[in-house]
Design a protein around this ligand. Structure first.
Ligand SMILES: NC(=O)C1=CN([C@@H]2O[C@H](COP(=O)(O)OP(=O)(O)OC[C@H]3O[C@@H](n4cnc5c(N)ncnc54)[C@H](OP(=O)(O)O)[C@@H]3O)[C@@H](O)[C@H]2O)C=CC1
Ligand SMILES: CC(=O)N[C@@H](CCC(=O)OP(=O)(O)O)C(=O)O
Length: 342
């Protein structure tokens, strides 16, 4: 039995991790932290877990976590990096759901996250946890940087085109929408239902911290830098990300849809839909799945639509998928279920 701890168990991704881990046959949750709710029974905060877990929230301490085989950090950016070196030294492996270990360049991290990196020496070792492209390295990793939610949807939707060299890497547009849970479980005026409901807006048009993460991913597969215009939007729903991706085709002899179909044919958590499809976020609600549709318009523009649940394939589900790989478990263990909506 694998013993795991969750730092940040009261947040949206931490509680989603708990939901998924409690359905995993090979895992025991040994520690769940919250500073604000320390001492409270986890099931008193989350009645949906009643009868499934007898733990109470504890403070995040090295002593409390170092006995675990694996610790998930579901905490704000800049939190994990302060504890990870000590946990690794104690022999505990780590999956960070935040951005601390995603960017390889510490200067870029400091620029986008507004603070110096606490352990830049670990950035090279950290493995970017997108299994569809990094499976073997994840298996051997001590430290996995779980991808961001927008980067997951966009990267899965663009890499097959870049790998095959069939689009212009200098002109790519990612028009992406997220549900409100993407912003985390914090009290903020702009996230109130009366502010978000019946409204729809773009944000981060001057530059969003996920743009460098996505471009880092795409550059690896294009084998050169790419030029990406990325605009996130907030939509009045709780869960889900929908990305509409535009690129110019440079080769008429390759069928984009066929590239995706063959690239993801063996992937348990990517579904390439038939031509002419328009995937909906509700079709992936609550499951670890990215659904993709690939269509073309006259003039040589390929339009890829990619949908995920930001809390599952965009965070906790992908973290579980990475855990399965790191510990030699069946990659799909604890992750096979049907979406909440038809
Ligand atoms: N929401 C989403 O869709 C996605 C989020 N992420 C990333 O995952 C991480 C968690 O996100 P989310 O669940 O939304 O966040 P929330 O704001 O919902 O929860 C944050 C959690 O972290 C704990 N926490 C906060 N500060 C600290 C600290 N200094 N030390 C230890 N624990 C702390 C909080 O509990 P307490 O303060 O009581 O200790 C709380 O449990 C973030 O980095 C986010 O960017 C990634 C992909 C998708
Ligand atoms: C809707 C919303 O606010 N989304 C968040 C991104 C989601 C997230 O949690 O960011 P990471 O994946 O990097 O951790 C934002 O734009 O800041």
């Amino acid at each position: 039995m694998l013993h795991v701890g969750i730092v940040g168990g009261t947040g949206y991704t931490g509680s989603e991790l708990l939901r998924l881990l409690l359905g995993h046959p090979g895992v025991a949750v040994s520690a769940v932290t919250s500073r604000a709710e320390r001492g409270m029974a986890v099931c008193d905060l989350f009645p949906s877990l009643r009868g499934r877990l007898s733990l109470s929230f504890v403070e995040p301490t090295l002593e409390g976590l170092a006995g675990c085989d694996l610790v998930f950090f579901a905490t704000p950016n800049g939190t994990a990096m302060k504890m990870v070196p000590d946990l690794l030294a104690a022999g505990t492996r780590v999956i960070d759901l935040a951005a601390d270990f995603r960017l390889k360049d510490p200067a870029s991290w400091e620029r986008w996250y507004g603070q110096p990196h606490a352990c830049p020496e670990l950035l090279d070792e950290a493995v970017y946890g997108l299994p569809e492209f990094n499976r073997d390295r994840i298996r051997a990793a001590r430290l996995v940087a779980n991808p961001g939610c927008y980067p997951t949807a966009v990267t899965l939707g663009l890499v097959p085109l870049l790998e095959a060299g069939v689009i212009d890497p200098d002109w790519i547009v990612a028009d992406v929408k997220s549900g409100v849970s993407g912003a985390g479980r914090k009290a903020e005026l702009g996230l109130l239902m009366a502010e978000v409901g019946e409204s729809f807006k773009a944000y981060g048009t001057g530059g969003h911290r996920h743009a460098p993460e996505i471009m880092q991913n795409l550059a690896l597969f294009a084998d050169r830098s790419v030029n990406l215009t990325f605009v996130p939007h907030l939509v009045p729903m709780v869960r889900g990300i929908q990305a509409t991706l535009y690129a110019r085709l440079t080769r008429a002899d390759r069928q984009p849809h066929a590239l995706f179909a063959s690239r993801y044919a063996q992937e348990p958590f990517v579904d390439v839909m038939p031509r002419g499809s328009h995937p909906e976020t509700r079709s992936v609600r609550g499951v670890n799945l990215c659904r993709i549709a690939v269509n073309e318009q006259p003039g040589g523009v390929v339009i890829v639509q990619s949908v995920i649940d930001n809390l599952v394939k965009g965070a906790a589900g992908q973290a579980l998928q990475n855990m399965n790989l790191m510990f030699g478990l069946d990659e799909t263990a604890g992750l096979i279920s049907l979406p909440l909506s038809p």
